[in-house]
Design a protein around this ligand. Structure first.
Ligand SMILES: *[C@@H]1O[C@H](CO)[C@@H](O)[C@H](O)[C@H]1NC(C)=O
Ligand SMILES: *[C@@H]1O[C@H](CO)[C@@H](O)[C@H](O)[C@H]1NC(C)=O
Length: 196
């Protein structure tokens, strides 16, 4: 691709992202804050939509089912964004990877590929289910967070799941035999050197 064409493609992409930001769910611009650019403040009441998780612990390569749904008789939601964050994280870094199995949801690239999920249209939804695979690290507890848009001027931010903890080995179990063999080899070598 020549550079003039590249620039045209980039400009067209930026324009289309800007124009269709809300209905298409291509809301990467909101990756950090998770606040929709609607120019109005979020609701301050408790969210009538909640995030349920199938488990509050996970081991290596184990995924968790995340469900965003209405908990009372309220209007369906039209838009949403879901991410996982470390509890108490002020750095706004999306963690882990999501997979979607429903055409109403798509994954987005926030900090890394597939680290967020959003709507694909403004069609009304009462529930959305996605799968999350968390980092293999004990460093902190994780939580799923959502922004839920009921209508252009009515939305909730910071809808949170229960805390989720990694309880796996982080691959240490796989590494351990290799490490002990290495130590065994090293001590055999030292022994040989001592003998001669
Ligand atoms: C959620 O909304 C749907 C559709 O409006 C309704 O049928 C359902 O009862 C609601 N769920 C709860 C828990 O109220
Ligand atoms: C994570 O914590 C569990 C105990 O909760 C421990 O058995 C495991 O070795 C730890 N994994 C890492 C990668 O630190």
């Amino acid at each position: 691709m020549d550079s003039a064409l590249q620039i045209t493609v980039i400009l067209l992409t930026i324009c289309s992202l800007h124009v269709s930001a809300y209905p298409s769910g291509k809301v990467e611009a909101s990756c950090n804050t998770m606040v929709p650019g609607h120019g109005v403040a979020a609701q301050t009441s408790a969210s009538p939509y909640t995030l349920d998780v199938s488990s509050t612990t996970y081991e290596d390569e184990q995924s968790i089912t995340v469900t965003l749904r209405n908990t009372s008789l309220v209007p369906p939601f039209k838009g949403f964004m879901i991410q996982a964050r470390a509890v108490g994280d002020g750095n706004n870094i999306a963690l882990g990877t999501f997979t979607v199995s429903n055409s109403a949801a798509q994954t987005l690239q926030c900090s890394t590929a597939n680290s967020a999920v959003s709507h694909t249209s403004a069609a009304e939804k009462t529930a959305i289910q996605v799968t999350w695979m968390g980092p293999n690290a004990n460093t902190s507890a994780y939580e799923i967070r959502a922004t839920v848009v009921q209508s252009r001027n009515i939305f909730w931010i910071n809808v949170r799941s229960s805390n989720i903890k990694f309880t796996g080995s982080g691959g240490f179990r796989l590494l351990a035999p290799a490490l002990s063999q290495l130590l065994l080899g090293a001590s055999a070598l030292i022994l040989m050197l001592l003998i001669v």
